[in-house]
Design a protein around this ligand. Structure first.
Ligand code: HEC
Ligand code: HEC
Length: 287
């Protein structure tokens, strides 16, 4: 058998379930994400002009999860990610590094960064690089505190990004995609439609063309990032956006890009722009 036709066979078997009508399940209808009985979040929105011809409506990944998982995210007492948010707030107030400073020394309350999450990633202060929230945090640590950088998906980093995201809960995702960010966005878009790995699957093959369908035991969502960092029941911790990307690229049996790489930052911008109009969920709960 030719290698190419074998690949197609493998890919076909991954999607085997997708072709049968019974396997399709729409995003859940009539569900409202009201957190703590008081804050209603947008989980469904008209797609932005950039997505014309690709998607009409964008949906939070939460709408593709089971009701028990959805309920967990409705209340901070039942959301397992909130424990890490508390740890993030402790780190926020903790003096670290040679300059004797904490995050709070300069930023006061974490609420002062409430607009941060919805705008990420964005161009850095000097305008020559696209930074994720993790880059901003490490820049503050190394150049403003005399502290060590944190690893991209370390417990410290994910808990602090989660605390900042919860402060921005309910803000509408709206990253800047023009100006200097435009070429990053283009690069991210290109990656989104590139077929990776032995399975020759792109992000779009799964998250644009097959959302709503089942892939193995998973109900495919649009692969949005507004619920990140997300608590996953699978590994019982917070997961960064880049860590999630890594898992998805690996599932195509491809070599993956590194967390924090230029490729993943570009992809993060493009994927964030696909979710424009959805609410930042703070810490989402996912499988
Ligand atoms: C083989 C199919 C497949 C491919 C290809 C794939 N993913 Fe995924 N992805 C999944 C599955 C399955 C999940 C878990 C269920 C869900 O939310 O769709 C997931 C989840 C996600 C999530 C989390 C969504 C949420 O709300 O929790 C993001 C973000 C994501 N993918 C991004 C990407 C990106 C970016 C690419 C391309 C680099 C990609 N995926 C490629 C199958 C895929
Ligand atoms: C000495 C003061 C100082 C300290 C300490 C500090 N920061 Fe900052 N931070 C800044 C300044 C100033 C900016 C604006 C960007 C710049 O000029 O680098 C910033 C920007 C940021 C941003 C980007 C916000 C946005 O919306 O653009 C984040 C996120 C951030 N800081 C997080 C942190 C965290 C987390 C800590 C603690 C680990 C911390 N900072 C410690 C001064 C500080």
């Amino acid at each position: 058998m030719h290698l190419r036709s074998r690949r197609i066979l493998i890919a076909a078997s991954v999607f085997a379930l997708m072709s049968s009508a019974t396997a399709y399940a729409d995003p859940v209808e009539g569900f409202e994400l009201v957190v703590n009985g008081e804050m209603t979040l947008v989980t469904e929105a008209p797609a932005s002009a950039n997505l014309e011809g690709a998607l009409d409506t964008v949906y939070s990944g939460l709408l593709f999860r089971e009701s028990e998982t959805r309920e967990m995210e409705m209340d901070d007492f039942s959301n397992p990610g909130m424990v890490f948010v508390d740890q993030g707030l402790d780190l926020w107030n903790k003096v670290d590094g040679t300059d004797g400073k904490s995050c709070a020394s300069c930023h006061d309350d974490v609420e002062s960064l409430k607009e941060t999450r919805a705008a990420m990633p964005k161009m850095n202060p000097t305008g020559d690089d696209l930074w994720s929230m993790e880059n901003y945090i490490n820049n503050c640590r190394t150049t403003k505190m005399g502290a060590e950088a944190w690893k991209w998906s370390s417990d410290q980093m994910t808990s602090v990004t989660a605390a900042i995201s919860v402060a921005g809960r309910g803000e509408v995702v709206n990253p800047k995609v023009d100006g200097a960010a435009a070429e990053w966005w283009e690069k991210g878009k290109e990656l989104y439609y590139t077929r990776f790995g032995q399975l020759e699957l792109s992000c779009a093959n799964c998250h644009e063309q097959n959302y709503g369908n089942m892939i193995r035991a998973d109900h495919l969502s649009q692969g949005q990032t507004n619920g990140f960092p997300a608590y996953r029941l699978k590994n019982a911790k917070l997961n960064s956006i880049h860590n999630r990307f890594k898992g998805c690229v690996r599932d195509t049996r491809a070599e993956t890009f590194g967390e924090g790489s230029a490729e993943f930052r570009a992809l993060e911008l493009y994927v964030a722009s696909r979710g424009a109009g959805l609410s930042v969920e703070g810490v989402g709960v996912r499988n």
